[in-house]
Design a protein around this ligand. Structure first.
Ligand SMILES: [Zn+2]
Length: 338
């Protein structure tokens, strides 16, 4: 069960969100704070949100080349049982398994990679984003290579594939969301990348992202979404990966991304996108929200909280998950303290 604290004065904004979560199979119960709560908590209502775990109705396949490696990968998403989570299966390595888990994340440039022993899966964030947003808690992801396909730089192909079969409830076993219990801030060494994290105000995940690339043709922009399957399909799934022309040259100069063209993602030159058109004026901010949603699923559990990110990348996003997991393991302070 998820217990959501709603600050006094925010109950009306919650009411407007309740309908959208109910339509997605969520069960929400509002209850008054108990008498043992502190004075501050007495001004707070509690909201319990839960639903059964879900998987895919049938298997689906997505095929494409990895951006970095250029190697084709056949990705087969298969239904799996409650409690199994999301697990990558390297069919090309005899079925070696890499479960989605923060402890399996390894450091990598500009992407999210997982590894167990010598078995790696690379650039998993866009698939994880689609699975998380559409509520796929459990599935097997069969792979024929390490790196997930780059596709058009977005999560659109994954969303279309999942929607082509739909998700089904795994009766009985409720999800165990990862819930932010108290606010915190994480920043990188330079202080330019910052993520503010708060307990959920909507019953689910709200992500806000500020893009700033000073001195480049990527203009400052912002996007915010309360993540529901509908919102994700309409406004987030199609937002593509982007990078600066100089970054692209540097990567290709080091021997990676050699098969990637300006049609496979958005490359910003000095005057804007090269040989491509943006799908939204703030497509970069939308893609960053897509990435955040994927990285916040690294615990393998639905993330519930409000996340306000400024210039954060995959490493900071993962630190957010680590911080919430660590807080979960700490003993709860007595609620009657004032
Ligand atoms: Zn991305």
């Amino acid at each position: 069960m998820l217990v959501l604290s709603v600050p006094s004065g925010h109950q009306n904004s919650l009411d407007s969100q309740v309908g959208s979560f109910l339509t997605n199979g969520w069960v929400i119960v509002l209850e008054a704070a108990t008498g043992a709560a502190s004075a501050a908590n007495n001004a707070v209502a509690k909201c319990v949100v839960s639903r059964p775990q879900q998987t895919l109705s049938r298997s689906i396949t997505v095929v494409g080349k990895g951006y970095w490696s250029g190697i084709e990968n056949r990705v087969e998403l298969r239904p799996s049982a409650a409690g199994s989570g999301v697990r990558f299966i390297r069919e090309d390595l005899g079925g070696a398994c890499v479960p989605v888990s923060l402890k399996n994340r390894i450091a990598a440039t500009k992407r999210t990679n997982l590894q167990v022993g010598q078995v790696a899966v690379e650039m998993v964030e866009h698939l994880l984003s689609a699975l998380s947003a559409l509520g796929v808690d459990c599935c097997e992801v069969g792979l024929t290579a390490a790196e997930l396909p780059g596709l058009d730089g977005s999560a659109r192909a994954y969303v279309d594939a999942i929607d082509s079969v739909g998700v089904q409830s795994l009766n009985g076993s409720l999800i165990k969301p990862l819930v932010v219990q108290s606010p915190f801030t994480i920043s990188d060494e330079s202080g330019s990348g910052v993520v503010d994290v708060h307990p959920p105000t909507t019953g689910g995940l709200r992500v806000s992202y500020f893009v700033e690339y000073p001195g480049s043709s990527i203009w400052p922009q912002h996007y915010e979404a309360i993540v529901t399957p509908e919102r994700y399909r309409e406004d987030i799934a199609g937002a593509r990966t982007f990078l600066l022309e100089e970054e692209a040259r540097k990567l290709q100069g080091s021997g990676v991304g050699l098969t990637v063209t300006t049609q496979d993602l958005v490359v910003f030159g000095s005057d804007g996108p090269l040989e491509n058109e943006l799908r939204w004026p703030n497509e970069c901010a939308r893609h960053k929200v897509l990435d955040v949603i994927g990285d916040l699923f690294l615990s393998g559990r639905p993330f519930r909280g409000d996340v306000i990110a400024r210039r954060s990348g995959h490493r900071l996003n993962a630190e957010v998950v680590a911080t919430v997991l660590a807080a979960e393991d700490r003993p709860v302070e007595a609620s009657g303290a004032s």
